[in-house]
Design a protein around this ligand. Structure first.
Ligand SMILES: Cc1cc2nc3c(=O)[nH]c(=O)nc-3n(C[C@H](O)[C@H](O)[C@H](O)COP(=O)(O)O)c2cc1C
Length: 285
């Protein structure tokens, strides 16, 4: 990894190592990918004003957030299926976050359960990202599990009322659940490093990776057909649901995907502790 000096270098290696379907799932956006380009441009337009002659021996990037101090102003965002990139990838991310003194946010759609991630990273500060499922009893059960793992902060993603339209994923055959096609299988076979170090390792230990937080009776391996409606993301999620979550969840509550001041104010009124101003990387709605 010594030769990997920046994000572009890592991206180039990932493109070679990962099956095309998985790489594009991570790398690309939705529809015509205009939102991705727009977000990139917005970030590029940010300029920082320097103050000269103010050097420090020890550079301190620490920030205080919710009465805690973190070593730098970063949080590892929830990313579905991170465990497909590297075997036990979610635990690795959590350990890295713990080492750097920043939180790791577990995705509802992770390949490892929050319990296993906690076991693999006992000292990490874990947050849980919640996609509210159509079956509320199952959803509340997931919240209980998160609390049982000492996750004090809940991020509810509110910007995904519809499954994203990712045309390239239709073309390259990548879908969850993963449906084996000639194209998909030959894609995997052309990436033996990933096949051996990730997929075969799962197959020889825990079996075909799946969305680990689905309750066992719904946990279809990703090679099987669609998941039950119960664990589909709620399309009609509303402010009333957020009020109910606020009542149920004792810890900090953050809404992810707020993009207007009107919605931000409403989040504050309803008792949210914070918001994530995010367009989901231009990959969802
Ligand atoms: C591969 C991948 C999977 C993601 N999965 C989730 C997810 O499960 N839940 C979620 O809320 N956001 C998910 N995101 C979005 C990220 O959390 C984050 O919002 C996005 O990378 C853009 O960063 P930003 O929100 O800081 O602008 C995913 C992003 C990527 C690239």
């Amino acid at each position: 990894m010594a030769g990997l000096l920046n994000g572009d270098d890592y991206r180039a290696v990932a493109r070679k190592r990962l099956p095309k379907g998985l790489f594009e799932y991570i790398d690309r956006g939705t529809e015509a990918e205009l939102a991705m380009a727009d977000i990139r441009q917005s970030l590029d337009l940010i300029k920082l004003q320097q103050a000269v002659l103010a050097g420090h021996d020890n550079v301190d990037l620490s920030v205080s957030l919710f009465d805690r101090k973190y070593s730098c102003p970063l949080i590892i965002a929830p990313t579905a299926l991170a465990g497909l990139v590297s075997h036990d990838g979610e635990a690795k991310l959590a350990r890295a976050a713990g080492t750097f003194g920043i939180p790791f946010c577990v995705s509802t759609q992770s390949v490892m359960t929050i319990e296993d991630i906690r076991k693999g990273a006992p000292n990490a500060e874990l947050w849980l990202q919640l996609y509210v499922w159509q079956n509320r009893a199952l959803t509340w059960n997931l919240l209980d599990r998160a609390q049982g793992c000492n996750a004090e902060t809940l991020i509810v993603t509110v910007d995904t009322p519809q499954g994203p339209k990712r045309d390239y994923n239709h073309r390259n055959g990548f879908a969850i659940p993963f449906v084996p096609t000639v194209r998909g299988i030959s894609d995997v076979l052309r990436h033996p490093g990933w096949l051996c170090s990730v997929m075969l390792r799962y197959l020889m230990t825990t079996g075909m990776p799946s969305y680990a937080h689905y309750p066992p009776e719904y946990r279809t391996a990703i090679t099987r057909q669609t998941a039950a409606d119960d664990v589909k993301i709620e399309k009609t999620l509303s402010w009333d649901d957020i009020a109910e979550i606020r009542d149920r969840w004792q810890g900090r509550l953050i809404l992810k995907g707020i993009l207007s001041t009107v919605d931000a104010e409403r989040a504050a009124q309803i008792g949210a502790d914070g918001i994530v101003v995010s367009a989901h990387g231009g990959r969802n709605f």
